[in-house]
Design a protein around this ligand. Structure first.
Ligand SMILES: CC(C)(COP(=O)(O)OP(=O)(O)OC[C@H]1O[C@@H](n2cnc3c(N)ncnc32)[C@H](O)[C@@H]1OP(=O)(O)O)[C@@H](O)C(=O)NCCC(=O)NCCS
Length: 265
């Protein structure tokens, strides 16, 4: 056994359940430890509350996943969120995956619920592994669990508006150039995109405005600890692209690109 495989988390020790199955784990999915896995500004995406809001999430308990180590079954070490949506069902404007990515599917799901529309596919929203457990293959196991969960509920397609995990290290590189990079073995250079492709995911299209996060300069300062003293494109830690700042208008807007990937079972 190589050192790398020795570090892998044993798949048989990971138990993944839905929040419908284990509602007592819900608070842990929103612990400070999980929050710290994301840049603070991501939590201020206006679309998010339509899914993550207390009463909204009640609709999606079958699609919210929690993972525990069977040796410590009360501590959640990874979470996964997905959402069923109506896609290519004849609903106006839904013949293509939305350019508005993550925000758009959350809004679609909310509109579906209001209209009583039947879902036809599932969209991934997020997989997060707690920092001490990363690099051991747990995210890949979570992706498999998310696919198995949608299959068990009668769906055959999982779409993911994927956030390439290392893009934030090169925020000035055009997104299309970054996601097109491959290694010698032909697989994508970005680790999270590679994990999806290795799991059978097919790249569909870029969602150029997947998360749009506006705020006043004071709000952005609070979220980032930065002072935004000049106009223009400002690099912010954790952001995949620069944030657009207007001092005259007293606002900054972050537009995050993501990449649509399709898993067909
Ligand atoms: C992205 C994330 C989910 C990956 O979780 P993970 O459990 O570490 O990932 P895995 O161990 O399953 O590895 C997936 C791939 O990334 C690689 N990888 C993992 N950690 C890495 C690191 N620190 N540096 C470089 N590559 C890394 C793995 O080697 C693997 O690729 P490989 O199989 O080709 O070697 C995790 O870092 C995370 O929760 N980040 C914060 C939230 C986030 O960005 N989620 C993704 C968008 S939804």
């Amino acid at each position: 056994m190589t050192a790398e495989t020795a570090q892998r988390f044993p798949p048989e020790r990971l138990a993944v359940c839905t929040l419908a199955e284990r509602p007592e784990l819900r608070a842990q999915l929103f612990s400070a430890e999980f929050h710290s896995a994301w840049p603070e500004f991501v939590r201020h995406d206006p679309a998010a509350s339509l899914y993550y809001g207390e009463s909204a999430l009640d609709r999606y308990l079958d699609f919210a996943l929690a993972a525990v180590d069977k040796d410590a079954p009360d501590r959640v070490i990874a979470r996964g969120f997905s959402v069923p949506i109506a896609f290519r069902d004849g609903t106006a404007g839904r013949d293509q995956l939305p350019l508005g990515g993550w925000d758009a599917v959350i809004r679609w799901a909310d509109a579906d619920w209001r209209a009583g529309r039947r879902s036809t596919v599932v969209s991934a929203l997020e997989i997060t592994v707690l920092a001490p457990y990363r690099g051991r293959g747990i995210a890949q196991l979570m992706l498999q669990a998310m696919i198995a969960n949608m299959w068990a509920r009668g769906f055959g397609d999982l779409y993911a508006p994927l956030r390439p995990s290392d893009k934030h290290k090169e925020p000035l590189v055009p997104f299309a150039d970054y996601v097109a990079r491959t290694r010698g073995d032909g697989l994508p250079e970005d680790p999270w995109l590679r994990a999806h492709v290795r799991a059978g995911g097919r790249i569909v299209r870029i969602a150029p405005y997947s998360m749009v996060i506006p705020g006043s300069l004071a709000e952005w300062s609070e979220w980032t600890g930065m002072d935004f003293a000049r106009n223009g494109d400002i690099v912010v830690p954790g952001a995949l692209a620069p944030v657009h700042v207007s001092r005259e208008a007293d606002h900054a807007v972050y537009v995050e690109p993501n990449l649509w990937v399709h898993h067909r079972v």
